[in-house]
Design a binder for this molecule. Structure first.
Ligand code: HSE
Length: 345
C-alpha cells in the first residue's frame, strides 16, 4: 500500500468535497487501487490552518467547518501556517491548490503552484486561472522537477474531458474541439426556453452554486474562454492565451431570440471551440443556433458536453457534469490516481 500525503491550499466547496470523498470512500479506494491518500495539512485564508504530519481526520475537519465555519476547534501539533509556509514546511507529497480563481492574474494560485513544483511536490488543481494563464511554464517546471501537474478539474469538473483528449484520443488526430463548457450559461438558456426571464434564470443559477463568485465571467464567456485556452494548450500543443479567444457571451440574447430559434427547430448554446485550420489554431466562444438534432443541442441545464472531431474516429462526444462540490472533488481523485499510476509504475 502506497501512502500519499496531501496539503490542501483552500478548504472551500471543492476542498470539502475532496475531504468528503476521502472520508466516505478512502477505504474502498485503498482496496481498489492500492493507495491511500491522507490529508496532513490544510491552509485556508478564512478558515485557518492545521498541520499534523501523521494525518488529519477528514471527518473531523468537515465537522469543525460545518459547525463553526473555521478549523479553530481542530487540535493539531501545528497550526497557523499560511499557504506558502504550508507548501514549504509540511511533509506533503502532493499540494492540492484550491484557492480562488482569478482569470486575470492567476494569483495567488500561480505562486503557490510555482513554489510547490520547484520544491519537488506534485500539484493537482481545479483552479482555471493559473492553468489558463501559465500552463506551458508550469508544465515545464513540473517536468524539470520530475513531478506531476494534474489539472483534470479545470474543464468539466470530474468528467474526464482532458484525460480523454490527452491520453485516449492522442493518436486519433484531434482537429477540432467544440463544447458546452459553462454550466451557468447553459442553465440560463435552458430556463429561458422554458419561459423564465434572463434575470430569474441567472439568479437561480447563482442560488444553485453553478455560477462563479462574479457571474459576469460566466455570462460574458470568460470562464468558457479560459477552458478553451486550457484545451488548446493541453490537447493541441498551442500556447494560446485569453487574448487569442474571440469571445461573445449570452448577455445580449433576448427572450425573443430564444423563441425565434425554438420556432425554427433550433436552440441557442454557448459554444467554446478550438480548431486547427491550415496549420493555424482558431479559438472562440460564442452563442450559436444549433438544430435540435445536433448532439450538443440536447444537452440541457447545467450539464456540460464536449465533442472531439478526429481523423480516425470522426466525432466523439462526452457529456457530464461541469461543476459541483463532489463532481469537482472527484476530479482531484482522478488526478491522484494518475499520480499513483505514474509513480508506482
Ligand atoms: N461557473 C462555472 C460554470 C463553474 O458555470 O460552469 C465550473 O467551472
Amino acid at each position: 500500500m502506497k501512502t500519499y500525503r496531501l496539503a490542501l491550499i483552500g478548504f472551500g466547496n471543492v476542498g470539502q468535497g475532496l475531504a468528503e470523498i476521502l472520508r466516505d470512500r478512502g477505504a474502498e479506494l485503498a482496496q481498489t487501487v492500492g493507495a491511500e491518500f491522507v490529508i496532513t495539512a490544510v491552509s485556508d485564508l478564512l478558515k485557518g490552518s492545521v498541520y499534523d504530519p501523521q494525518g488529519l481526520d477528514a471527518g473531523e475537519l468537515l465537522t469543525a467547518v460545518g459547525r463553526d465555519g473555521t478549523l479553530g476547534s481542530v487540535v493539531t501539533p501545528g497550526s497557523g501556517w499560511d499557504a506558502l509556509e504550508t507548501i514549504a514546511q509540511s511533509n506533503a507529497d502532493v499540494v492540492v491548490e484550491l484557492s480562488y480563481t482569478d482569470l486575470a492574474t492567476g494569483q495567488p494560485a500561480l505562486d503557490h503552484i510555482r513554489a510547490a513544483l520547484a520544491g519537488g511536490k506534485h500539484v493537482i488543481t481545479t483552479n482555471k486561472g493559473p492553468i489558463a494563464l501559465a500552463y506551458p511554464e508550469l508544465a515545464d517546471l513540473a517536468a524539470q522537477n520530475g513531478v506531476c501537474l494534474g489539472v483534470e478539474g479545470t474543464v468539466m469538473s470530474g468528467t474526464p474531458a482532458l484525460r480523454l483528449g490527452q491520453e485516449l484520443l492522442a493518436g486519433a488526430g484531434v482537429r477540432r474541439i467544440q463544447g458546452i463548457l459553462n454550466g451557468t450559461t447553459n442553465y440560463i438558456l435552458t430556463q429561458m426556453e422554458g419561459g423564465a426571464t434572463y434575470a430569474a434564470a441567472l439568479a437561480e443559477a447563482q442560488a444553485r452554486g453553478y455560477a462563479e463568485a462574479d457571474p459576469t465571467g460566466d455570462v460574458e464567456g470568460v470562464d468558457a474562454a479560459g477552458k478553451v485556452v486550457i484545451l488548446a494548450n493541453l490537447l493541441m500543443g498551442e500556447a494560446l492565451t485569453m487574448a487569442d479567444v474571440r469571445r461573445t457571451g449570452i448577455s445580449g440574447l433576448t427572450a425573443e431570440d430564444v423563441a425565434e430559434a425554438a420556432a425554427a427547430g433550433e436552440r441557442w448554446k454557448l459554444i467554446g471551440s478550438v480548431e486547427r485550420e491550415n496549420g493555424r489554431v482558431q479559438a472562440g466562444v460564442q452563442p450559436v443556433r444549433l438544430p435540435v438534432s445536433h448532439p450538443l443541442a440536447g444537452v440541457s441545464g447545467a450539464t456540460n458536453a464536449i465533442t472531439y472531431s478526429t481523423d480516425l474516429l470522426g466525432d466523439v462526444t462526452l457529456v457530464g457534469p461541469g461543476a459541483g462540490r463532489m463532481e469537482t472533488g472527484y476530479a482531484l481523485i482522478s488526478d491522484l490516481l494518475a499520480i499513483h499510476r505514474t509513480t508506482d509504475a
